[in-house]
Structures are given as C-alpha cells and as structure tokens.
Design a protein around this ligand. Structure first.
Ligand SMILES: O=C(O)CCC(=O)C(=O)O
Ligand SMILES: [Fe+2]
Length: 409
C-alpha cells in the first residue's frame, strides 16, 4: 500500500494486510461510515492519488480527446487507459441503509423464486450470483442510484468536462452472495475484471457477517466499506473477495465500460437518449450541460432554445436577462420535412425532439470482440426486442446472453 494514503481524503491510512490465503483471517480495515465532506466530493479517492499536476494533465488529455474526438474515433481504449491502474475509489453513500435492506429482500426472494442462485455466469473466478434483472422490483432504483451517485460524479471528477456520464455503461451488474456454512461461497480468489473499472456495493448489514471485504493484491490491504458505499477500482487492479467467517455477505457488483461511440456537438441529445435507455429517469434529470452543445431543452425536450444574455452577481449567482416583451420570431424556421433518402443519404429518422424514440437505433451494433457484435445499448439488448418474428425462425438466430467474463486472471 503506498505511503501517500494518509490524509488523502481524511481517511486513516489502510495498512497492509495480506490478500486472503484461503483460511487465514485477514486483518481488514473497516472504513468509517461517515465520509461526508471527506474530500469535498461524493467520490473519495482512497489511495494512489496522482500528483495534482499529473492528474490535471490526465484530465486535460481526457477532456480534449473526448470533447472533440477525431471523426469516427472510438472512445473505448482512451477510456480504459484513463483510469490509473493503482486507483481505488469510494463513493460513500450510493444506497441508504433502508434501500440496501429493500434490495437484499428483493434479491433473496428472486433467488427463491428462481430456485437458487446462479454459479455459471462468469467463466473464471465464479461467483454465486444473480443478474440485476433477476430482482425486477428494485432494478429501476439500482440503475438510478448507480447513475446518479456513481457514474455521474465519476465521469465529472475523473474524466474531465468533455465527458458525459452517458459515455459510461454497465457491461454487467449482478448481486453476489458469500455465505459461511451450507456449502456457500466464502471467498473469491485474486483476479482482474475485464472492465474499464469495477464497483462493488455492500448491501448486507455488516453485523450480519464476519470477515469479508475486498482485498487488493498490490496494496496488500483488505477494505471493508460501510453498508451502501461503493468501492471502485480500475478493472486491471488485481483484487479478490476476502473470506467471510460467519453469516451472509451480499454485494452488488458492476463492471463499467466506456461507450465505443463519441457524442459530441450535435449528438448530445442522442447521448441523453442513450443514457435514458440505460439508466431510466435518472439520466433525464441531468445537471447543466455545456450550453453550446445542447440541442434540446433539458426540461421540456423541445428544440426551442434561445440564446440570452447572462451575468453573475457579486455572490456568484447567475442572472438571465430575459425580456418579457421579446417575441419569438419564427419566420424562416418552418420547413416541410424532407423525404428520407436512399443508400445512406439522409436515411433514418430526423431527430426532432430529445425524447424521440429512434426505433432503428436498437439495431445499432458495436464490435465487442473477434467476430462478436452486440447492441450499442449493452449486451442485454437484442435488436428484435419488442418485435414479433414473422415467418420461419432463422437457424442460430437466438440472441445469446452475453455474460461478462473476468479476464487476465
Ligand atoms: O467480494 C468482493 O469484495 C469482490 C467481488 C469481486 O471482485 C467480483 O465479483 O468481481
Ligand atoms: Fe472482481
């Protein structure tokens, strides 16, 4: 564990504890539950913080790369590289204790209904788990909280102003169960996740189990965040689940990736739509978007945006100089809609409102591996969603559930 931990964010240093040798009891560091204000943001860098100058340079590079990417460029690899391998983060309160309890309840009932937990969703370093979709009753809440309290601050804090939270997506989100006794899984070997970065949130009450925590190989430390907090780290950081010695430990684990699509300038509305598909209402309630990049009004979704003069008073409050007398002049703004063209010329739907449902977009695929494609909205979206298949089913046309694999172990 690097020595610069102390004082990084008002959290006491985390001292070396060996990653879990199968049976030894790790000396784990319980993190305080009240971290509010620890670093002035909702996201607390726990260790291996880059020196400020290097961090600013990184941000600048990220901002430049992401706000004006060269035409046709893909964001995936810059995103992966942007996350410094040694960094581990904590988002102190992603869920409240009562939300955690509600999610635990829903997940346990889902497991009962399905006749047990899954054990084969991940090829290596298997976990006893359930996908996010299994507990449908709490899925909107979980997506919203992850977006609002994790992805949004994360995008703003670490990837620079040109980066929208919608550039991030979950490749896999699942509930993990560790249980002592009864043949349950008690620990998870050290591994790296094949994600840009990963997060895990403790859903159980810490009084319900002993031992546990997430151990980090290089740091030689095991961290035990409080209930409802998320521990985040680069997917390349080798880590594992420390053995529990009693009770049940329920976690929410998310593998986050960077969208392989650039949203700049005129396509911010499209990014917001994409965000809505992934994260529901929470993505709609977005913070201020850089005004010049906005196509549609963030409140009503209409395109009637008008530039007005603005000033800032001595207290830093913004004042808009709107004139009640000013009439909207719509001369020259009414056109008949052109007919869609052929062979990629003006083909597709015209984007007239921010919340317009672009049905064709569901078919947009991105390459995820050698010869492998998936919907740009994530592995769990299939392009014929909601459409009935007419005629004979094609051979091998079945959409394959694409479970996230842990790589580089
Ligand atoms: O148990 C933990 O704290 C870590 C879980 C984890 O790394 C995973 O599921 O990939
Ligand atoms: Fe992991």
């Amino acid at each position: 564990m690097p020595s610069d931990l102390s004082g990084a964010s008002g959290i006491s240093p985390v001292h070396a504890a060996p990653p879990p040798a199968a049976r030894s009891k790790p000396s784990a560091q319980r993190l305080p539950s009240d971290l509010s204000g620890a670093a002035g943001t909702s996201l607390v860098a726990l260790h291996a913080l880059l020196p400020p100058s290097e961090r600013d340079a990184l941000r600048e590079r990220a901002g430049a790369a992401l706000s004006s990417p060269p035409a046709g460029s893909h964001l995936a690899s810059p995103g992966l590289r942007l996350l410094h391998p040694g960094r581990v983060f904590l988002a102190p309160a992603v869920f409240s204790a009562s939300e955690c309890a509600a999610v635990c309840g829903a997940v346990r009932s889902a497991a009962l209904e399905r006749g047990g937990w899954d054990t084969d969703r991940h090829s290596r370093h298997r976990t006893v788990d359930l996908p996010l979709s299994a507990a449908a009753a709490v899925e909107p809440l979980v997506r919203a909280r992850l977006f609002e309290r994790l992805l949004r601050p994360l995008a703003a804090e670490f990837l620079g102003p040109g980066f929208l939270p919608e550039h991030l997506r979950f490749r896999d989100v699942f509930y993990v169960r560790y249980a002592a006794g009864g043949g349950g899984q008690t620990s998870l070997g050290v591994h790296a996740d094949g994600s840009a970065f990963s997060v895990n949130v403790l859903l159980s009450d810490p009084a319900d189990f002993s031992g546990g925590g997430t151990c980090f190989e290089a740091a030689g430390a095991t961290l035990q965040p409080p209930r409802g907090a998320a521990l985040g780290h680069s997917g390349t950081v080798r880590h594992g689940g420390a053995p529990i010695t009693g009770g049940e430990r329920l976690l929410l684990v998310g593998f986050v990736d960077v969208e392989p699509h650039a949203y700049g300038g005129g396509s911010v509305g499209w990014a917001a739509f994409n965000g809505y598909c992934k994260f529901g209402d929470a993505a709609w309630r977005r913070g201020p978007v850089p005004a010049l990049e906005t196509l549609f009004c963030a409140r009503c979704g209409s395109d009637a945006l008008q530039r007005v003069a603005a000033s800032v008073d001595s207290k830093g409050k913004q004042k808009l100089h709107l004139s009640a007398k000013r009439k909207n002049d719509i001369r020259g703004t009414k056109f008949s809609l052109p007919k869609p063209g052929k062979q990629n010329r003006f083909a597709g739907d015209l984007l007239l409102r921010e919340d317009q449902l672009l049905m064709g977009a569901w078919k947009t695929k991105v390459k995820v591996g050698k010869g492998q494609v998936e919907s740009m909205f994530g592995a769990d979206i299939i392009d014929n969603a909601g459409r009935e298949r007419r005629g004979k089913a094609k051979k091998n046309s079945e959409a394959k559930a694409c479970g996230m694999r842990r790589a580089w172990s």
